[in-house]
Design a binder for this molecule. Structure first.
Ligand SMILES: Nc1ncnc2c1ncn2[C@@H]1O[C@H](COP(=O)(O)OP(=O)(O)OP(=O)(O)O)[C@@H](O)[C@H]1O
Length: 271
């Protein structure tokens, strides 16, 4: 049962790609809830299922089994065109490692694009674009094209574009993966402002333990399953560098477990 403050409820979610005997279990009965205004960091070794989860949440792939509810509405009800496109547009914002901006358009045109494509009235589009430009601190650069902006500024445009239709949840796949540390911190602080000022719920995939320290909660994946999760307040009082070491150690122990189980199944296969 999803309570009123829950934005996302994932229950028993599985995704199997391909057919036996070559099928791959990318997600294996995952349960995950996100409360309104919560930032959750997803971490785990390569191939553990993080991107697959984002793709299912974003309606880009159907689950093999299980349920996804966003704002108490069940995804499956909408998993056909054109409903799935509308649901995705209204409920989900996407941000990627590479900013995927349109170079021929200015920053403000890129930000306004989802509303223009949705046929929203010009006045509303202009007002919301202005609001987003201010929120991401790019009012002065509104007429610049992506090639005239730094990586961090381009990512801020991408975030503004993802949030302009006020989605229930923002999904970000390695949003700082292509940025230097100064620009990464700017983007992470922007996420915190989005949470604090808009109550935005945000789910971020990252490989970087320092980035993960910006989450209210860190969820660790291995082999398509959640194997560990903890709230930031569990390690409160320590500075960010110490917290990132704590996260890195948890991550390393999970990766070692993966390797141990891989070599076990390999030797079992040999015998
Ligand atoms: N379209 C697909 N067809 C077949 N297998 C897939 C497909 N997409 C992902 N997989 C497999 O599913 C598993 C999970 O992949 P996924 O990309 O979700 O992992 P990840 O944790 O995001 O990895 P990374 O950190 O390297 O991006 C992997 O074994 C991958 O090879």
């Amino acid at each position: 049962m999803q309570d009123s403050k829950s934005v996302l409820a994932v229950k028993n979610l599985s995704k199997i790609y391909g057919q036996e005997p070559n099928s791959v279990v990318a997600l294996d009965h995952v349960d995950l809830d996100l409360a309104a205004g919560e930032i959750v960091m997803l971490m785990g070794p390569s191939g553990s299922g993080k991107t697959t989860l984002l793709q299912l949440l974003g309606g880009l792939e159907p689950p093999t089994e299980g349920k996804i509810k966003v704002n108490n509405r069940e995804w499956q009800e909408f998993f056909r065109e054109p409903q799935v496109s509308h649901f995705r547009r209204d409920m989900i914002g996407f941000v990627f490692q590479f900013f995927n901006l349109i170079n021929a358009l200015t920053a403000e045109e890129n930000i306004a694009l989802p509303l223009i494509l949705a046929g929203q009235p010009k006045k509303k589009t202009m007002a919301l674009t202005e609001e987003m430009l201010q929120l991401v601190g790019l009012s002065e650069r509104r007429k610049h094209r992506p090639s005239e902006l730094s990586g961090g500024q381009q990512q801020r445009v991408a975030i503004a574009r993802a949030l302009i239709h006020q989605p229930a949840i923002l999904l970000a796949d390695e949003p700082t993966g292509n940025l230097d540390s100064r620009n990464s911190i700017e983007i992470l602080e922007l996420f915190l402002r989005m949470r604090d000022q808009l109550g935005q719920t945000i789910l971020i995939v990252t490989h970087d333990p320092y980035v993960a320290t910006y989450g209210d909660r860190v969820v660790l994946f291995r082999d398509g399953r959640i194997v560990d999760a903890y709230n930031a307040d569990k390690i409160v009082g320590k500075n960010r560098s110490e917290r990132s070491i704590y996260i890195m150690e948890r991550l390393q122990s999970i990766s070692h477990e993966t390797r141990r189980s891989e070599s076990k199944s390999y030797t079992e296969g040999m015998s």
